[in-house]
Design a protein around this ligand. Structure first.
Ligand SMILES: *[C@@H]1O[C@H](CO)[C@@H](O)[C@H](O)[C@H]1NC(C)=O
Ligand SMILES: *[C@@H]1O[C@H](CO)[C@@H](O)[C@H](O)[C@H]1NC(C)=O
Ligand SMILES: *[C@@H]1O[C@H](CO)[C@@H](O)[C@H](O)[C@H]1NC(C)=O
Ligand SMILES: *[C@@H]1O[C@H](CO)[C@@H](O)[C@H](O)[C@H]1NC(C)=O
Length: 839
């Protein structure tokens, strides 16, 4: 007991900025464990028991701690837990509290491949000399005088004031004239460093919010030759009004840097980084992500998800950190930001790019999770900003990497104008003030009268419109959610012109019970077995007839698997009521290649505004095994119906279907001709009469499996056997799913006690899920069965290669063509794509 009290006070005292005080990790000599330890045991006691060294609290996530030991092959913690379980099974050890019982989660840390930076090496720049003096240039000079801007490249910063195509900029100058310039707001650039000694950044640099998680030192100084990306992004946000380079969108804001992209890191370090000093950093700018190669499918690990939710719930005094992610540069490789678990998180604002002519640049990815676009490279120009060096500028910052930080700057202005905006208010303001523009795309009018396109989100950011709206915005009520049960389909996805549709009716009553008023985000978690993942296309049609293209086909994605608990996200249903029939339609877009598959199951989650703010609780932290309850039939009051739709006569439910690849997208010229124009217009699928409820209402037939017997004969006295057996079963079931060879399907009933909190529970990013209490407990017991098998390992076919190999060829081409070796082109991890083919 005394130990506990001691521990508690130690924890409280050290929580403040312990990330900084954790001893630097040394992955060359040590292995590390991130462990969730409950209060029944102190971390030091646990460490002693396991023979580990206690490093300190992993402050990113409550009650998580970091332990280390000299490098070793096995998983010390996992093995010890297995051993304890085994001995309890054999009754060698009793059920009284054991130090290991305090372990709620453990993960041996693995270095993982670096994220890709999302910049693009732009083509040769048009000479700026000889830009004719026009009314616009005169207005620009006038503006600079008024605001006392003497930064030498201000006149090149067309994204701030476009003299060539007036109007094609972020419309920020009248915001500045009101004195709204980012004061009292801090943005954190999570990247490859930040040159705090740059003349343009040093006055705004905020050391307290900064750290280097690659070299484990306090200051995120760029050290590698290609560590320029973070500094360039920082300049876009917060380059000072001075005599160096240009200005940032929020030139009086503070800027901090967290360095993670310059070496391999672990999930524990990334978790620490992603909410670093969240009491001081208000916004996190993330211009990176899993490879944009058109074949990777990767989501943040559970620690990182928890860390993001932590910042969403506790950052900015509970208003929530603002996360901005660059959409990704893989459009010409058919990539889609819904295959990236960072950009498709409900907690991140996903920002794509348009060029100075409001054209879609070849690289910028589309997806239903994309909220907005803003300016970046293309049409012969790119973003002009600060570079690494005392007084160095670049005219070559591009890709969605350069779009994200512009949005961060705009949001920093909004936070100065209205500090009490929550993370969801910022998304609402973006939806309500983004400006659709006249470019062919799949623009669809949503129920709240906004226009949405998968390629451009709700349009382009308009700083003036957003900040003006922010001033008087009525804050939204807390977030509520509603989860459907798992919908067990287990049917073949027909090849040919037919899609497989499955639907669920959400009633007004269900939403009322969930305290749910209206939709903001939706997420769809699903399992599909398929012999070729890239063939798949998934649409979701809402009761209001709005279609989200959740998954689009990818010509290079040969992964011989489908989706394993993958979560897609859409912002296209923003403002809908959510009541009525939601239809999931899965298609195999390449019917003649002999690759087939089955839709296993899906679960839809609605996220949005609550009805009664006072009744609304905070979302619980997600758990690792939130989605492991597939085979559990939840006693949801509604009947689930799964319908296979033969291709018949009635019109498709997609009222507003349009080509996936909007017409103005230039097809890739370098890739040999895959089905690049898979403009799969909706196949005529139609709803037949819904089939009977698939769920049996009495005991299913289980045969004689161990698990079944336990279900039937199990009692509290047998609970240990139960857990072990279930663990084995779940393990096997999961294995089977992984091998895509499950050929029988079972249902099981849970008792009523487990059924009444449906729609509550944890969930975020990917693999979220509200869980029954009983279930969660069993899930906890199951952990060891899956130790070492993160979804990332399973889902990603990326084999740890560093660097954007897709770009390499193109980059060489470019260098040859331009006869120069841009420093960007040298680094292994500098992203960078080819010359802009549009120009
Ligand atoms: C830009 O800002 C001005 C005010 O400076 C405002 O009148 C206008 O509506 C904004 N949007 C556009 C697209 O011009
Ligand atoms: C700066 O922000 C903090 C936290 O939001 C707030 O308490 C403080 O009043 C602000 N200061 C100014 C000068 O706006
Ligand atoms: C949406 O697009 C339609 C058709 O182009 C247009 O008439 C309407 O004004 C747009 N709505 C908004 C909010 O921009
Ligand atoms: C789909 O289900 C059928 C029947 O259960 C099975 O034979 C087939 O192997 C499954 N396909 C895949 C890709 O798992």
């Amino acid at each position: 007991m005394r130990l506990l009290t001691l521990w508690a006070s130690f924890a409280a005292a050290s929580l403040a900025s312990a990330a900084r005080h954790l001893p630097p990790r040394n992955y060359a000599t040590h292995d590390y464990y991130a462990i969730h330890v409950d209060t029944s045991t102190s971390p030091t006691e646990l460490a002693a028991h396991l023979g580990l060294e206690y490093d300190g609290p992993l402050t990113a996530v409550p009650d998580h701690h970091l332990f280390k030991a000299l490098k070793h092959d096995n998983d010390v913690v996992g093995d010890a837990r297995e051993d304890l379980k085994r001995r309890r099974r054999k009754r060698e050890v009793g059920l009284d509290h054991h130090p290991l019982d305090s372990v709620k989660f453990t993960q041996k840390q693995k270095l993982k491949p670096r994220h890709w930076k999302r910049s693009v090496v732009p083509p040769v720049q048009r000479s700026r000399a000889g830009v004719p003096v026009t009314d616009a240039t005169i207005a620009q000079q006038e503006l600079a005088r008024t605001l006392k801007i003497s930064d030498p490249i201000f006149d090149e910063q067309w994204h701030i004031f476009n003299v060539q195509v007036p109007g094609n900029d972020v419309n920020v100058t009248d915001v500045w004239k009101q004195g709204i310039t980012g004061k009292n707001v801090t943005a954190c650039i999570v990247d490859d460093g930040l040159d705090m000694d740059s003349e343009d950044l040093k006055d705004n640099f905020f050391a307290e919010g900064s750290y280097d998680f690659n070299d484990h030192v306090d200051l995120p100084k760029p050290r590698l030759s290609d560590d320029r990306h973070g500094t360039r992004c920082a300049g876009e946000v917060a380059a000072g009004k001075n005599n160096a380079c240009g200005v940032g969108i929020a030139y009086d804001s503070k800027i901090s840097g967290v360095r993670i992209l310059s070496a391999e890191i672990t999930d524990a370090d990334e978790a620490l980084a992603i909410n670093f000093e969240m009491d001081k950093n208000n916004l996190y700018s993330c211009s990176w992500g899993p490879p944009d190669d058109g074949k990777t499918m990767q989501a943040p690990g559970i620690l990182i998800k928890k860390a993001m939710l932590e910042a969403i719930q506790k950052g900015r005094g509970g208003k929530g950190a603002i996360y901005v992610f660059a959409a990704g540069n893989g459009a010409s490789a058919d990539d889609n930001c819904n295959f990236d678990g960072y950009t498709n998180s409900i907690y991140s604002i996903t920002v794509g790019a348009i060029d100075k002519n409001n054209l879609h640049p070849y690289y910028s990815e589309a997806c239903s999770a994309q909220l907005v676009v803003t300016y970046s490279s293309g049409s012969g120009d790119s973003i002009h900003t600060t570079d690494v060096g005392a007084n160095k500028c670049t005219a070559n910052h591009g890709g969605t990497s350069a779009a994200g930080p512009i949005a961060v700057g705009v949001y920093a202005l909004a936070l100065q104008a209205r500090p009490e905006l929550t993370w969801r208010d910022m998304q609402w303001l973006t939806v309500m003030t983004a400006v659709p523009f006249d470019q062919p795309s799949d623009w669809t009018k949503t129920v709240i009268g906004r226009n949405f396109s998968h390629q451009f989100g709700y349009g382009k950011l308009d700083a003036y419109a957003l900040v003006e709206a922010a001033k008087t915005w009525k804050l939204v009520k807390p977030q509520a959610w509603y989860y459907t049960p798992w919908m067990h389909v287990k049917k073949a996805i027909p090849e040919g012109t037919t899609g497989l549709a499955s639907e669920f009716d959400i009633t007004a009553d269900m939403l009322k019970k969930a305290n749910f008023e209206r939709v903001e985000h939706i997420t769809l978690t699903m399992n599909i077995e398929h012999e070729r993942r890239g063939d798949l296309k998934v649409d979701l049609v809402s009761p209001d007839g709005i279609t989200s293209h959740l998954a689009t086909s990818r010509r290079d994605d040969d992964a011989p698997m489908g989706y394993i608990d993958w979560t897609f996200m859409s912002v296209a249903h923003w403002g809908e009521k959510g009541i009525g029939k939601w239809t999931v339609i899965v298609k195999d877009t390449v019917p003649d290649n002999g690759k087939t598959g089955n839709l296993t199951d899906w679960k839809l989650r609605l996220w949005g505004e609550s009805i009664d703010a006072k009744k609304q609780e905070l979302l619980p932290m997600p758990n690792e095994h939130d989605d492991d309850d597939h085979d559990v039939i939840e006693g949801h009051p509604a009947h689930t119906t799964s319908v296979e739709l033969p291709s018949t006569t009635s019109p498709p439910p997609e009222a507003t279907d349009v080509p996936d690849r909007p017409v103005n997208q230039k097809p890739s010229t370098t890739q040999q001709g895959g089905p690049s124009s898979t403009t799969s217009v909706a196949e005529p699928v139609s709803a037949t009469t819904p089939a009977e409820n698939l769920l049996p209402s009495i005991f299913p037939t289980f045969g004689v499996s161990r698990r079944t017997q336990i279900w039937i004969y199990g009692s509290i006295g047998l609970i240990i056997v139960f857990c072990a057996s279930l663990a084995t079963y779940m393990y096997l079931a999961r294995r089977k799913r992984l091998r895509s060879t499950r050929d029988s399907y079972e249902f099981e009933m849970l008792d009523d006690a487990d059924n009444d909190d449906d729609g509550a529970g944890a969930g975020m990013l990917n693999g979220a899920g509200g869980r029954k209490k009983g279930r969660a407990k069993r899930g906890g017991e199951l952990y060891d069965a899956f130790a070492g098998e993160s979804d990332e390992d399973l889902l990603s076919d990326s084999d740890g290669e560093e660097g954007p190999y897709r770009d390499q060829v193109e980059r060489e081409e470019y260098n040859e063509k331009e006869g120069r070796g841009d420093s960007d082109a040298g680094g292994s991890n500098a992203s960078g794509s080819s010359a802009d083919r549009r120009s």
